[in-house]
Design a protein around this ligand. Structure first.
Ligand SMILES: [Zn+2]
Length: 127
């Protein structure tokens, strides 16, 4: 016997009100952007370009799409660890949940450090 596939075609998408980071931290990013203005944020490119708009972070659509794909991959790696971390963040009783939460937190710390240093090393190679 097989289970029927869940009927998800008309299910509501995840909905919560938090805005993208670049919207929430607009003022902070204006004061300290992720890459210097006029330097392409795609670490594989990192070339200087003349922005046509003040908020332009990439020299071209190809670089934007390439970096957005990388960020999606990082988000997919981070998401289950973020859930695990949060699920047990305030847990006092269940040791297994606390251990899972700590594994999630440690994974996020390692992911951000390794991704950051990888981006820096690629940027330096191509800058
Ligand atoms: Zn570029």
């Amino acid at each position: 016997m097989t289970l029927a596939a869940p009927r998800i075609a008309n299910a509501p998408a995840a909905h919560f009100d938090i805005e993208p980071f670049h919207v929430t931290a607009h003022a902070e990013l204006a004061d300290f952007p992720l890459a210097a203005p006029g330097v392409c944020l795609n670490p594989m490119c990192s070339r200087h370009f003349a922005p046509t708009r003040s908020w332009q972070r990439y020299c071209c659509d190809t670089c934007r799409k390439m970096d957005e794909a990388e960020m999606r991959r990082i988000g997919q790696k981070a998401a289950p660890a973020l859930l695990a971390w949060r699920m047990g963040k305030y847990e006092k009783q269940d040791d297994a949940l606390r251990v899972l939460s700590r594994a999630g937190r440690n994974y996020i710390t390692r992911l951000q450090s390794e991704w950051y240093s990888d981006r820096l090393s690629r940027r330096h190679r191509h800058a």
